[in-house]
Design a protein around this ligand. Structure first.
Ligand SMILES: [Fe+2]
Length: 296
């Protein structure tokens, strides 16, 4: 299976690779977690964006349109055998995509360094990812052909993919997948960027020591004290709006009346419960509702 593209094409290729090795199953079996494949044909990923990290990990995200589910699948057998990460293939990414894919990479590590499965390894990678994106995203926006900037943004997304393969993910991805499940036209990175400040506000009191360190390149001066939660959230929001992320979900077409459905999807979409269970603070319906309401 040779998968060429950004996250979605490579992830579709990963699922197809499991079907080629398990011809009695279909995509719905795999994507609804009715069947967990243990074999796949060898995968070669030719990556065309600097956000996904899928070229180096076991994850695949797919949408099941009829029930608006967008689960995150994790199978050992879909690690690519070979991947090509070539920054020269990314110099034509439009500015919006340049921003949103790098915001995806940053979110991978903000989560990977604060889950219940976080480790010194995922935390160390997270620090480097935030540092590199903060430094090189403005350069890539200014000059899309800047190969050095594209190289380091691609390197950052790759090690972010490794970081969350180890440290896993929690609230931000679990709450974004319902957004782009309902509105497939919503860029994953845009949805993540809109909701992450509200999540930082909620988890900072539990993870202030790690977040103060990891976020330092974009929110300098944090000490890790619980009462900095608002400051940290505002600082991350300021950085995100500065690079071009919309300020709220209304800008992406959502209304307050959507919150109940989004909360339901966060708790019923296959696999997202695992992510919610990895949150450093208990992911209650009240918490999830509050995060969506804040984002709207
Ligand atoms: Fe992501």
């Amino acid at each position: 299976m040779i998968a060429i593209g950004g996250g979605s094409p490579i992830d579709a290729g990963k699922v197809a690779a499991t079907l080629l090795a398990n011809p009695d199953k279909n995509a719905r079996d795999v994507c609804s977690l009715g069947f967990a494949p243990e074999t796949a044909v060898p995968i070669v990923a030719v990556n065309l964006t600097h956000g996904t990290g899928t070229e180096v990990n076991r994850f695949a995200v797919v949408t099941i349109p009829e029930n608006e589910f967008k689960p995150a699948l994790a199978f050992e057998c879909v690690y690519p055998a070979y991947s090509i990460d070539d920054p020269a293939l990314m110099t034509k990414l439009p500015e919006r995509q340049t921003v949103f894919v790098s915001v995806d990479a940053v979110n991978h590590v903000i989560e990977a360094c604060t889950t219940k499965a976080a480790s010194p390894y995922s935390i160390g990678l997270a620090k480097e990812v935030v540092r590199l994106v903060a430094k090189y995203l403005p350069a890539a926006k200014k000059n899309p052909s800047d190969l050095r900037a594209r190289y380091f943004l691609l390197y950052a997304s790759m090690i972010a993919g490794i970081a969350f393969d180890n440290g896993l993910l929690h609230l931000t991805h679990a709450l974004e997948h319902p957004l782009s499940g309902v509105r497939p036209e919503l860029a994953h990175g845009s949805g993540l960027g809109i909701i992450v400040p509200g999540i930082i506000r909620e988890i900072y009191p539990a993870k202030g020591d790690v977040l103060a360190d990891v976020l330092a390149p974009i929110v300098p001066g944090l000490k890790g004290a619980a009462d900095e939660a608002e400051l940290a959230a505002a600082g991350v929001r300021a950085w995100l709006t500065g690079v071009g992320v919309p300020e709220n979900l209304r800008a992406e077409g959502f209304v307050a009346g959507d919150v109940g459905k989004l909360v339901d999807l966060a708790f019923t979409t296959p696999s997202l419960g695992v992510l919610l269970g990895l949150s450093p603070v208990e992911a209650t319906r009240e918490l999830v509702t509050r995060i969506y309401q804040t984002a709207i």
